[in-house]
Design a protein around this ligand. Sequence first.
Ligand code: GLU
Length: 427
Amino acid sequence: MNHPVLPSYISAENVGPWHIYLQQVEQVAPLLDKSLHPWVETLRRPKRSLIVDLPIRLDNGEVAHFEGYRVHHNTSRGPGKGGVRFHQDVTLSEVMALAGWMTIKNAVVNVPFGGAKGGVRIDPRQHSCAELERLTRRYTSEISSMIGPDRDIPAPDMNTNAQTMAWMMDTYSMGEGRTVTGVVTGKPVSLGGSLGRQDATGRGVFVAAREAARRLNIPIEGARVAVQGFGNVGEASARIFAQHGAKVVAVQDASCTLYDPAGLDLAALKRHVAEHRSLLGAPCGEPIENADFWAVPCEFLVPAALESQINRYNAERIVAKLIVEGANGPTTPEAELILAGRGISIVPDVLANAGGVTVSYFEWVQDFSSFFWSEDEINQRLDRIMSDAFNAIWQLAEDRRLTLRAAAFVIGCSRVLEARATRGLYP
Ligand code: GLU
């Protein structure tokens, strides 16, 4: 098979989301306590990055090579933590940005982790389950010097799931000669995974939206919601919004956009996606132009797909009152300025989608103590952590007249840099 995936350095002129992450850091650097200024440079560079070659045997007997990455952005507050993404367009610069956002996110919800991320440049739709298993195992083996339950703990991200984590856990455990459940999170519950992890990011998106809506006087009951992405984050966010009385009027994935002002049948969409791997041809909603998704009349807009989806080309068309970032980096800084000028608030990714890593933290703690909690207990603790983090950010934003993103970055960066400054330099 001749696979069309190009190595990332072919598109070297495309600096990608890393540039956006750096702009976000630059924006808040002057707002940090003076004592932390000498350490800001720490945030501008990943601690270590690994590029690996992943040769795998395809089902037809041929060998194909894929490029993989693992980046530790920062480990000042604890081991690296962050997902692994399979996508044909993943680049090192994207993984660096995602790792940087993990550093900030983990500090915002105050879980004792640094920031890390991984990715493999592959289109998983073009490959069988057996090929993806071989790829995942080879990737795990190639990055094994970087990961470990007290070193760096991967988790699912775009196009990876509990099964991927089971393969990673098994491969790492084989190398160690013992079962090490705590090396990854987002595992199946039968292998030391946590109840509630599957829906955790979507649940956190809802909690963040609920807290913001309460302060902005937007009722959830009857509110209209538009969701971009119908994967783990988009589907769960949509379902939990609907459980609380909202109407999901539009969904979009890479294949199409579906609209129904009366509210879409989310269970039917979920069944369709489970069978066909996309929304195309789903039995409900009217297909509309992809570009028109952004102009759909709604109160809540939840981007839960890729980076830079809300940009200068569509920001003017958005009519939502509140954007809740289920994805990492979905809004460009240019779009953010346009939206701010139009009075549209954004609950930033480093807060809005932190529910996933928060329950990953619970999973890691449960694996260490071999004592497992009930789903109710997990959901309650998640709700508390998300609401407290939201509250602190809202307060700071009010007190210092900042956007929610700037306030979240001030809190996150301050925690990371305080740890950095207190640890001091080695040697
Ligand atoms: N991939 C998720 C994120 O972007 C979860 C990471 C984790 O649980 O470590 O936050």
